[in-house]
Design a protein around this ligand. Sequence first.
Ligand code: ADE
Ligand code: SF4
Length: 372
Amino acid sequence: MKRILEADSPAPSDPTFSRAVVDWQKQHGRHALPWQGTRDAYRIWLSEIMLQQTQVAAVIPYYARFLLRFPDVATLAAAPAEDVMAHWSGLGYYTRARNLHGCAKRVMELYGGVFPSDPLLLAELPGIGRSTAAAISAFAYGTRAAILDGNVKRVFARVFGVEGYPGEKRIEDALWLQAVALLPADSADAQMSAYTQGLMDLGATLCTRSRPECQRCPLQPRCIAFATDRVDELPLRKPKKTLREKSTAMLVISDGSHVLLEQRPDSGIWGGLLSLPEIALNGEPALAHAALQLSTARFGVAASVEKLLPFTHSFTHFKLHVSPYKVVLARRLNEVGERAHVWLDIGRIAEAPLPAPVKKLLLALFTEGRLI
Ligand code: ADE
Ligand code: SF4
């Protein structure tokens, strides 16, 4: 697989990249959004905070109402918190509103009501992360600073064929290096805001999560995902932490009045509890049956073996498919082997430290005296 973006070595800068984005933005990007066509950092900041977790269409009416009530940073800073919250009500993610109010107060205290142009200073204010700081600074002051929000990550992951999950620190760091390397070399004001808006517009209008419009995309000639037919696979989704499904056979070995239990290891699922002896199932049912005969022989002479109804138990990270087998011993060997095995009196199942699904299975089998 072709890998252009290595985590440790960002691609060198490429002036044709930003040129393609800027040219496309000027012709095909969005130009009539309410927060465009202003250099007022307050208005730009407010829009960027509202747009952090909310779609453009939902933001527009809130943005207008908010600005009517709080036309500048001084008015917002001086307003009661309830008033600010009331104007945010319905947008969701209310931490944003509390941070917004806090940020307005800080801008009054620290900067006399003027948002600083340095993205590093902006990023120290409440609610403003690295990408938002860069966007505000680029739009309001023409600063040469890189953005990397969720949409831009998706565009970069596709264009550069990034083989990792963009939420992973190592990959995100590499994407940031890439984002910085690709900035227009010449930071002429208009250029920076067209470039920044262009990346956002590409992610929001063409390079969408599902069914991107590659045929209209200015980056198509250089897009690795497009060239390798991997647009649907990139960016990679969050890797799954554990195996999603496991299968096991549980042995209900009984002599009629006792059931054989096994102490589980301290770590892992059901750590430290007593449970039924298990045989890991790796496919082949015939083999499982042979293994069952073998392991049962250690405990006694089997009079009957019966397959019980399988069930599935769901944990947070995986599902356990359980095939229980009922084994009745004609004769029980008292020596129960090397591991921590115990013969539990079936009358004590209810109070034994057993995993819930195991206890349920045993109670169903034994309380009605069906096993004997
Ligand atoms: N999402 C975040 N910032 C945006 C902006 N300035 N325009 C459109 N969508 C955005
Ligand atoms: Fe996204 Fe398609 Fe453009 Fe590649 S060609 S950047 S996948 S829209």
